[in-house]
Design a protein around this ligand. Structure first.
Ligand SMILES: [Zn+2]
Length: 617
């Protein structure tokens, strides 16, 4: 079957020019802004949702459905934030039209690393798949990625490597240690049943046929991961190896080269390679014409709105901020609509204060207790604007000898806590320590939590902390007489200041009921009995509310294997059963589940135990 992809490649290839580095950088930035701000249509059929919503590491997942049956394939980009082509290719793929089967696309697996345009933040996410780690946000991402991978019959990982892979040593850029322009497999044949090399060999000719520059042709690269003397033993920890070894599905990494300057060319070729491999798996699709997409692009200079002020990105005037004025920004403050953000049109967008470059203010609010220089607006790691900040108002001074007041954000709400008091929290809550009212350069240490492994200076003020005691060093927890609660201390360790502290009590999430709304308007209170089954009339239900001891938005519901955002609906088909499950939104750890069984007509004469008529709110 001919290549169905309608991407036009000719003019990129025939007149390829290697641009000087400086030009490259400008062009790259411009292209990224272009790519970032493409005005795009949402996929025709399928679903989109965000796992880890409201955290610093949101994971956007797209599921495309074809009309006809076929395999499920997962494609992922952006696991390492400096591999740009990978996430642009994956994003492009979200606009494909699928003839058959199902495509699970995660374009940007590691958003914090994309914001910083660096390979990793705490640890290399692509080295966290050999077991279930639980130390960093990267491990939560790995957990969710494994969950989606479990639904796939094949996996393609999009990367960007250095140089040009060559099985023999040619020079420093072309040799067996380079990864660029290759399709990587862990072994030619896995357990005598998955013929990875065959898949690749059957696409290479067609893939390379229009590529005239010899270096830029793709090569098959087997890392021979399982060989005892493999020079690539670290691949045992990678996601492709996990897919192959633990899930027994064919898995490939498509690497384009960091040493090819034209991002658009790389994206178009990586997309072709992906489409060709998908065909090998029996999944047929049409991808959008890239030229058309670029034509639709609008370079939008961001305008940042804070309160009543608007500041443009070209020669920005200083933004006047008041001391102690909460900064809670949304994508709309950047002139982006919700629909654009949801469609991924803007890529990973962020606003960062110069003194806390790791916290995206679009996801987590802040109360500045100390002045900072500037606010930086970034899209997919490209700086779109750096806006100087001018401070007004007064900075309070702490009164000597008075009880200090700790300032923090708990699930996005500002909390002021006097020393000695206790903050009540639920497992999975989000906490950001700001500092101390009137204090200056305070060091706040949540004992047992390590914000930065390489520089463990005890400073936990600033970063996002997920209150999951299983991630904390246990010997720092304050002993309690209750087996199912944890008490931890936040200690003031500012040199020369009094030793004060406050406590955080963390209790498990307890769920009393889920409130469903039936299509006829009835509200049904589903008593939550973990692990049990309940009868329910078949039909469509909206997930309306949770009766629980914590914030609803820190709960992630799933209907079967599909995330079910609050306010969305699911269908219980006649004669079927459906598992309704809940996970922690911030860590993706399972909480509990129930099975819904559709009532047969005879059973439906008696109301289900969990059914109540009318509005209970
Ligand atoms: Zn990579």
């Amino acid at each position: 079957m001919p290549f169905p992809c309608s991407v036009r490649l000719g003019h990129w290839l025939t007149r390829y020019v290697r641009w000087p580095r400086a030009v490259y950088r400008q062009v790259t930035s411009a292209l990224l802004v272009l790519a970032a701000l493409l005005v795009v249509a949402r996929p025709a059929t399928g679903a989109e949702f965000t796992i880890f919503q409201g955290t610093q590491y949101p994971l956007r997942v797209y599921i495309l459905e074809g009309a006809k049956p076929g395999p499920t394939v997962m494609v992922q980009g952006g696991i390492q934030g400096d591999e740009i082509a990978g996430f642009l290719t994956a994003q492009q793929l979200t606009h494909a039209k699928l003839d058959n089967g199902r495509l699970i696309i995660i374009p940007r697996a590691n958003v914090p690393s994309i914001h910083k345009r660096q390979r990793q933040i705490n640890v290399d996410l692509n080295r966290r798949f050999d077991r279930d780690y639980n130390e960093f946000y990267e491990d939560h991402l790995a957990r969710a990625i494994r969950f989606f991978l479990a639904q796939a019959d094949a996996f393609i990982h999009l990367h960007e490597g250095s140089g040009f892979y060559n099985p023999v040593w040619v020079d420093n850029l072309r040799n067996p240690r380079r990864y660029g322009q290759s399709i990587i497999i862990d072994t030619p044949v896995f357990e005598n049943r998955i013929f990875l090399a065959n898949y690749v060999n059957s696409v290479l000719d067609r893939l390379n046929q229009p590529i005239t520059t010899a270096d830029f042709r793709f090569r098959l690269f087997s890392t021979d991961t399982f060989r005892p003397d493999s020079p690539h033993a670290e691949q045992l920890k990678s996601l492709t190896c996990y897919a192959l070894k633990n899930r027994s599905i064919p898995a490939f990494a498509i690497e384009v080269s960091k040493d090819i300057v034209q991002v658009e060319w790389k994206v178009s070729q990586q997309l072709r390679a992906t489409v060709l491999l998908l065909e090998q798996f029996g999944l047929h699709l049409q991808v959008a014409d890239q030229d058309t997409l670029v034509e639709q692009a609008r370079i939008v200079a961001p305008v940042l709105r804070v309160g009543t002020q608007s500041v443009g990105s070209t020669r920005p005037a200083p933004l006047k901020l008041l001391s102690y004025e909460p900064l809670a920004l949304t994508a709309e403050d950047l002139g982006l609509t919700n629909a654009q953000v949801k469609a991924g049109a803007a890529g990973a967008v962020g606003v960062f204060a110069s003194d806390r470059p790791e916290i995206n203010l679009l996801e987590t609010p802040r109360l500045p207790l100390m002045p900072f220089r500037a606010l930086e607006v970034r899209a997919d790691g490209t700086t779109l604007a750096s806006i100087p900040v001018e401070w007004a108002g007064t900075w309070p001074k702490a009164e000597h000898g008075q009880t200090p007041w700790f300032v923090c954000w708990h699930n996005g709400s500002l909390r002021i806590i006097p020393a000695g008091r206790t903050l009540e929290a639920v497992v999975g809550d989000q906490l950001v320590l700001e500092g101390i009212h009137g204090g200056k350069d305070e060091v706040l240490n949540l004992k047992g939590f390590i914000a930065n492994r390489t520089l463990n200076d005890g400073q936990d003020s600033g970063p996002e902390i997920i209150l999951d005691p299983s991630m904390f060093l246990q010997h720092w927890l304050v002993p309690t007489d209750k087996p199912d609660e944890w008490l931890c201390r936040v200690a003031r360790e500012t040199p020369g200041q009094s030793r004060d502290e406050f406590f955080i009590r963390i209790v498990p999430r307890r769920l009393k009921a889920l409130v469903l709304q039936a299509d006829d308007g009835r509200r049904i209170v589903l008593d939550w009995r973990a692990g049990e089954a309940t009868l329910l009339a078949s039909g469509r239900y909206t997930l309306a509310e949770a009766w629980s001891n914590g914030a609803r938005d820190k709960l992630l519901a799933l209907a079967g294997q599909t995330p079910l955002p609050w306010g969305d609906s699911f269908e219980l088909k006649s004669g079927e059963r459906l598992e309704l499950s809940l996970r922690q939104m911030t860590t993706f750890s399972p909480i509990s589940s129930m099975t819904l069984i559709s009532e047969t007509p005879a059973q439906s004469k008696a109301p289900a135990q969990s059914e109540m008529l009318g509005d209970n709110s």
